[in-house]
Design a protein around this ligand. Structure first.
Ligand SMILES: [Zn+2]
Length: 238
């Protein structure tokens, strides 16, 4: 298994590691520890590079499975046991951390007003969309909600990462904001992201430490996608 440094320290951008295994068919490398986020929960995987001595290997894709975190490269693979250095594309990741945090804050605001669950979502650096089961939506809600969202972000709420035993997490249905629980059945510990006082949910992604790092956001568009189904698009303003 790989130690997932990104899971406890989102701000770690480089690491040294040892190659645990390689997969020649897929051109990918399993490392004993990594700062590379493999993607999930709507957040894209990191990109960046590994170095073996002076040789640079561009990481074009990152995935995870029961063996750990795989770094996909397009060049020759080092052998198991080799020491490597790795560094993520920080600008790309940090934009995703700000965007992801903004999306959780939006979940919190929508939950406060409507108690509506999320049905889907996706993001790219600086932009995100969340789908809600939101039958009571009216167009005039948009600007007050944007104002409320920005007020929460500007108030510098702490964003805390915690871990809960599975049975405790299952006993708190509010942690699962998606309409259907996406937690794998064999998961024994659940990672929880708490924007203190606003939103608390099970999540695997990377977020900023305080909401004022997000800056202000714009609710770009609210689309109606059918009965009760609303798609809210937001964007970072800088
Ligand atoms: Zn999330």
């Amino acid at each position: 298994m790989s130690e997932k440094i990104y899971s406890t320290d989102a701000y770690a951008r480089d690491m040294t590691a040892t190659v645990l295994d390689i997969d020649r068919a897929d051109q990918r490398i399993l490392l004993d520890q990594t700062v590379f986020y493999p993607g999930g929960g709507g957040q894209p995987h990191d990109r960046g590079a590994l170095w073996v001595g002076d040789d640079r290997l561009d990481v074009v894709r990152v995935t995870s499975d029961s063996a750990g975190v795989w770094h996909w490269v397009e060049t020759d693979l080092p052998s198991a046991g080799t020491g490597v250095r790795g560094e993520i594309d920080w600008d790309h990741r940090y934009q995703l951390m700000r965007t992801h945090t903004a999306m959780h804050a939006l979940c919190g605001v929508v939950w406060e007003r409507f108690q509506s669950p999320v049905t889907g979502g996706n993001m790219s650096p600086g932009e995100g969309r969340l789908d809600f089961d939101l039958p009571d939506w009216d167009a005039e809600h948009r600007f007050p909600m944007e104002e409320e969202l920005n007020a929460h972000l500007a108030s510098a709420l702490a964003v805390e990462v915690g871990f809960l035993p599975r049975d405790e997490a299952d006993a708190d249905p509010s942690l699962i904001r998606t309409k259907v629980s996406l937690l794998p059945p064999d998961l024994t510990e659940v990672r929880v992201i708490d924007i203190v006082g606003l939103d608390r949910q099970a999540d695997g992604g990377t977020h900023v430490h305080r909401t004022d790092e997000v800056g202000s956001v714009e609710i770009v568009k609210v689309e109606s996608k059918g009965k009760g189904f609303r798609r809210i698009r937001l964007a970072l303003k800088d």
